[in-house]
Design a protein around this ligand. Structure first.
Ligand code: G6P
Length: 611
């Protein structure tokens, strides 16, 4: 999950590449590098962030109109300058930036070493660069031939941009598994891991497909295959505005994205809810709706926060569509020979649409004959292109590594799907359908109100920022919210946190409760309300600190809990996306107060494109 940017044209490449890398830093940020061509090729690399690279590069005037850059998330070899990309082949003829993993690198390396070729880094990328060089020199091939031959000999996943020092009027780009997008300009062309670094310059893009090899020149673009066949490039229009990827005055992307949720959810249902609220029409599912409504089982596959959205989806689907649902971690599903029966529907949920395990789960489910649907945010990403049908969340770019608006918009999509299918199946009446849609349409305002707890969340964060552990509890629809709240806290503030179904507390976690243990109880009013009150009493009896998320006006819990954060009342099926807001804010403020890098927490990446 590294980020790649390449440029060829007439403008100074350095600035375009550095700016592009900043936009891609969410993909990885442990080291960065840049190659610029101007007669000679100069490489700049450093451990650390794009900012550090920029500082280094700014010490020279060297610039050119061709170049490429990389921001890394280490897979092979620790993050240091040697292992940073670009990697250069042993005679210096090939310069390579790479996202992905070359799985048979050890074998190839051994073979090359036996031919006397020396390696300077621990990366799989250098192995590929050296293989290309070796074939180029031994076989007296052109750069294109050597790259094609090498790519036919390696296994694994890659998004690659390659410069040949002897043919500097072109960039070579190749894709298998890891995404690459070409931006088509006038007298200039761009290449990047996603469209965000490109949209500032052009909205015309080509998504490379697996096995594509692109030869990108200033005025020309040739699309080939590493297999023997030629391809017609298909240019698409991307609808992404540059303002959508700036912080817009917020100190962090995460906070901006938390506050964007009313708008994001509105965009998720906009144009999909009939004006009189009598129905929902999800265009992407139009042709398969009948099949879904007849299915006997739905399997949801996802990772991380998207998995939590899937868990909420299970509750919603079973209640409203009456279809049994299983929710699986994509990484488990893909490796455990799952039973997929005829008529099963697999729904893959992924913000990025690129998560390697989720993508592999999609491919496996397809091979086994399931109809596969996608619920993704990034338009044109790999998962939506692999699935039979699907629904985009339309949340806009999510840059903060901790997922916020992706979660609430994913749940919104799953609710819309369940309601539409439930109505089609006759499980819910027209009146009830309309009530659900009325409530859906009111959710952006309710979230706007829930966001008013921001100051209180900051106050609470000041009290709890030094805690070492925290427990999050919820029941029913609020159990996945407890899991999500705990994940938010641990991923950005490095505080250990566990989410549990509140009743399970008695089977273990209760032993942890003492006067130092903050317990966040998600206790908005629904069918499990009475039960969770008992759980709060059990915690208080053991001197635990209770922070309760409650429905506005709840006087009962206010008397029992140490602190309450209030959110507006809603139907149980939407309670998750309203109650999660204070939890997002609480973890955000705790992380900021602890001096953590909120948008780019250590060891994490926004899009995990390695398994
Ligand atoms: C990474 C991110 C998480 C995200 C997960 C799944 O771990 O840091 O925020 O929830 O991947 O990503 P996806 O793009 O598939 O939703």
């Amino acid at each position: 999950m590294c980020g790649i940017v390449g440029y060829i044209g007439s403008r100074p490449a350095r600035e375009i590449i550095i700016n592009g890398l900043k936009r891609l830093e969410y993909r990885g940020y442990d080291s960065a590098g840049l190659a610029i061509i101007n007669g000679e090729t100069k490489i700049f690399k450093c451990k650390g962030r794009v900012m550090d690279l920029e500082e280094m590069v700014n010490k020279t005037d060297f610039n050119g109109t061709v170049g490429m850059g990389h921001t890394r998330w280490a897979t092979h070899g620790e993050p240091n300058e040697l292992n940073a990309h670009p990697q250069i082949s042993y005679k210096g003829n090939f310069i390579v930036v790479h996202n992905g993993i070359i799985e048979n690198y050890a074998l190839v390396k051994k073979h090359l070493q036996s031919r006397g070729i020396q390696f300077t880094s621990q990366t799989d990328t250098e192995v590929l660069a050296n293989l290309i060089e070796h074939l180029y020199l031994e076989g007296d091939l052109t750069a294109e031939q050597a790259i094609t031959m090498a790519l036919n000999r390696v296994e694994g996943a890659y998004g690659l941009v390659i410069i040949c020092a002897k043919e500097t009027d072109r960039l070579f780009a190749a894709k298998k598994g890891s995404p690459l997008v070409i931006g088509v300009g006038e007298g200039e062309n761009f290449i990047a891991s996603d469209a965000t670094p490109i949209v500032e310059y052009t909205q015309r893009v080509i998504y490379l497909k697996d096995d594509d090899l692109a030869v990108i020149m200033k005025d020309e673009l040739i699309l080939k295959s590493i297999r023997p066949k030629n391809i017609e490039p298909e240019v698409k229009q991307v609808d992404l505005k540059i303002g959508e990827i700036d912080k817009e005055g917020f100190p962090h992307f995460m906070l901006k994205e938390i506050f964007e949720q009313p708008r994001a959810i509105h965009d998720t249902f906009r144009g999909r809810v009939l004006p009189d609220h009598s129905g929902i029409m999800l265009g992407g599912l139009h042709t398969v709706l009948e099949t879904i409504s007849k299915s006997e089982r739905i399997i949801i596959v996802a990772c991380g926060t998207s998995w939590h959205a899937g868990l909420l989806g299970e509750y919603i689907f079973e209640e409203f569509a009456r279809i049994p649902v299983e929710v699986e971690y994509a990484s488990e599903f893909r490796y455990r020979d799952p039973i997929i029966k005829k008529g099963d529907i697999v729904i893959a949920i992924s913000q990025s649409g690129e998560t390697a395990d989720t993508l592999a789960a999609v491919k496996l489910a397809k091979e086994r004959g399931a109809m596969v649907l996608g619920v993704c945010n990034v338009v044109g990403s790999s998962i939506p292109r692999e699935t039979h049908a699907g629904v985009y969340t339309h949340a806009g770019p999510e840059i903060g590594v901790a997922s916020t608006k992706a979660f609430t918009t994913q749940v919104t999509v799953l609710a819309m799907m369940a309601f539409e299918i439930g109505f089609l199946k006759g499980v819910i009446s027209q009146d009830y359908y309309k009530t659900l849609i009325d409530e859906l349409v009111s959710i952006p305002d309710k979230i706007e109100n829930a966001l008013k707890v921001n100051d209180q969340a900051l106050e609470l964060a000041r009290k709890y920022k030094d805690t070492r552990n925290a427990l999050y509890l919820g029941r029913g629809y609020l159990f996945p919210v407890a899991l999500e709240g705990a994940l938010k806290l641990k991923e950005i503030s490095y505080i250990h946190a566990e989410g549990y179904p509140a009743a399970e507390m008695k089977h273990g976690p209760i032993a942890l409760i003492d006067e130092n243990m903050p317990v966040v109880v998600v206790a908005t009013r629904d069918d499990t309300y009475e039960k969770i009150i008992n759980n709060i009493q059990e915690i208080k009896a053991r001197k635990g600190n209770v922070i309760a998320i409650v429905t506005e006006g709840d006087e009962l819990i206010k008397k029992m809990a140490d602190y309450v954060l209030e959110v507006p009342a809603t139907l149980p099926s939407f309670s998750g996306i309203v109650a999660v807001i204070p939890l997002q804010l609480l973890s955000y403020h705790i992380a900021v107060l602890r001096g953590c890098n909120v948008d780019q927490p250590r060891n994490l990446a926004k899009s995990v494109t390695v398994e």
